[in-house]
Write a protein that binds this ligand. Structure first.
Ligand code: CLF
Ligand code: SF4
Length: 526
């Protein structure tokens, strides 16, 4: 029977109580993350927030640690083409929507080719620390290929962390294998804990040689997902739950999902926007089901405060992605190119390089802590005003990118003496090698529509004017400053200008989440 207390996105925006108030505390929670009761983004946590053995697992996993994703890379190998369920947001002509950006077809690999590719990437990108199997179908609907790949890599590249993503239907059958091959990070896509909601997302599943449909299918899937999650966390495997936010279908229901997965020990919950462009040919795309706006996504994420810790830096990568999150170097490692490479998998060299990266990360972290201490101590504001600011950055935690070079902006919420990372916005590249592509400006402005300011290292006159006309303040006076410090300084200045009557504060609107493939490559921004 349905236990769903359905709250709409509109209710959330109007201030209906969040998870911590609406749902009883379940106890238990994540037995390993140390995140119980915290409302902060768990993936932002550091070594002081969790047991040493957990920190050891997450510190260089770019998805499980927000900080790590600025320093370490991951790669996926597309060895799992088949799937055992149908999601209304998936068209299997494309990569798995659970873990991918639809519209780009994978080069499917045999385990042999996959191992070869991993060794080639590992030798070329020494900070690549994690190998994931995330489709293009379901990793556990292709267990032979998945575990053959994992088994070989455990032998041939023992320093690489193994990670897989699954819809969970077959999961309980493969927990022993997952543990056997040291796959200590598993993502389960869980979009519902109420089969009545599930029936609107999954038309069918294929289980134990039989096809099931409707609520019966969703009930089986739900039970298998919960069982698999419990089995993994009992064995010490770190589990992240991905949920696709589908407005009008499971939006506020995801608060209940968050509670349920926390109670079963999930380490992180990653709530992702539905991608449903009609040209992708999915059921939802063809039937007018829209994805959420940026503010709708944030409202659901914020409403989960107090439940399982949230991941907010997911880039919804392809099933054959290679590189840092947000960049894709898979084109450099096609099979024909790998054949021509001199692959030298030198584990000692990799370790030495990663130690340097780790030392640099620690140095940057400490410099940032020192720089921010004063800004936070200043107690700049103690009222409830909160604003969003967008930031152009190419790393090191600093405002250090030109507006025209950004293919995404980091978004921070500023207020009450705190500046908190809340997400990112993809945009098309404005600068096209020496000139600005003005046709891109309206879509960039739309992507930042809910932000009061955009902090950049530099910006040209044309985008400056366009942003100002849209009520977004372009700010380049904090170039090369730490992001949080810059955001707090801008906020203090903004408050002073309001107090002096120089400006009148106005609420912002919503923002559009960029869907589909980029039209400008990251290499063009270099
Ligand atoms: Fe890949 Fe997923 Fe492992 Fe990461 S991705 S299998 S946990 S190594 Fe990461 Fe990509 Fe988001 Fe996935 S950013 S889509 S959460
Ligand atoms: Fe597609 Fe992945 Fe869903 Fe399977 S689990 S139907 S591959 S989105």
């Amino acid at each position: 029977m349905s236990q769903t207390a359905f709250i709409s996105i509109g209710d959330l925006r109007r201030g209906r109580p969040a998870l911590a108030e609406t749902l009883p505390e379940t106890g238990g929670g994540c037995g390993t993350s140390g995140g119980a009761g915290k409302s902060s983004c768990g993936s932002s946590a550091g070594p002081e927030d969790m047991p040493a053995e957990i920190w050891d697992k997450v510190k260089n996993h770019p998805c499980y640690s927000e900080e790590a994703h600025h320093h370490f890379a991951r790669m996926h190998v597309a060895v799992a083409p088949a799937c055992n369920i149908q999601c209304h947001y998936c068209n299997r002509k494309y990569d798995c929507s659970n873990e991918s950006r639809p519209g780009v077809v994978s080069q499917k690999l045999t385990p042999d080719q996959a191992v070869k590719k991993v060794l080639a990437v590992a030798s070329a990108i020494p900070q690549m620390t994690v190998l994931g199997i995330a489709g293009p179908g379901d990793s556990l609907a292709n267990p032979k290929k998945t575990f053959e790949t994992m088994s070989r890599l455990q032998q041939e590249a023992p320093d690489i962390k193994l990670c897989l993503s699954t819809n969970g239907l077959a999961l309980p059958d493969w927990v022993d294998e997952i543990v056997k091959y040291n796959v200590d990070h598993v993502t389960i896509t869980i979009n519902m804990v109420d089969p009545a909601v599930g029936a609107k997302i999954y038309p069918w599943i294929y289980h134990e040689h039989r096809r099931y449909t409707g609520v019966e299918a969703a009930t089986i899937l739900h039970q298998r997902q919960m069982l698999g999650l419990e089995m993994l966390t009992a064995r010490g495997v770190l589990v992240k739950v991905n949920s696709v936010l589908i407005p009008g279908v499971n939006d506020a229901h995801l608060i209940e999902v968050n509670r349920a997965v926390k109670a079963r020990g999930a380490f992180l919950h990653n709530i992702m926007p539905l991608i449903s462009e009609p040209e992708h040919g999915t059921f939802y795309g063809l039937n007018g089901q829209r994805g959420p706006t940026a503010q709708e996504l944030k409202a659901v994420q914020d409403a989960c405060a107090g439940g399982a810790n949230l991941m907010r830096h997911c880039r919804q990568c392809r099933a054959d992605a290679v590189g840092m999150l947000g960049e894709d170097r898979s084109d450099e490692f096609t099979l024909d190119k790998i054949d021509e490479m001199a692959v030298v998998y030198d584990i000692d060299k990799r370790r030495a390089y990663q130690q340097q990266v780790e030392a640099e990360r620690a140095r940057q972290h400490q410099a940032k802590v020192d720089a921010l201490a004063e800004a936070f101590d200043a107690g700049l504001t103690r009222d409830d005003m909160k604003l969003l600011v967008a930031v152009a950055t190419e790393g090191q935690g600093k405002v250090n990118q030109h507006f025209g070079h950004a293919t995404e902006f980091q978004v921070y919420e500023v207020g009450a003496g705190a500046a908190t990372f809340v997400g990112h916005r993809r945009v098309d590249l404005y600068c096209q090698g020496g000139y600005g592509e003005d046709e891109q400006l309206p879509s960039i402005v739309q992507a930042l529509g809910d932000c009061h300011a955009v902090l950049v290292a530099k910006i040209g006159a044309c985008p400056r004017d366009e942003l100002q006309a849209a009520g977004i303040e372009p700010v380049d006076r904090y170039a090369h400053e730490y992001i949080e410090k810059a955001a707090l300084a801008w906020f203090a200045d903004y408050r002073e200008r309001i107090a002096s009557g120089a400006i009148v504060h106005q609420a912002r609107g919503d923002a559009r989440i960029r869907q589909g493939a980029y039209t400008g490559g990251t290499e063009a921004a270099a």
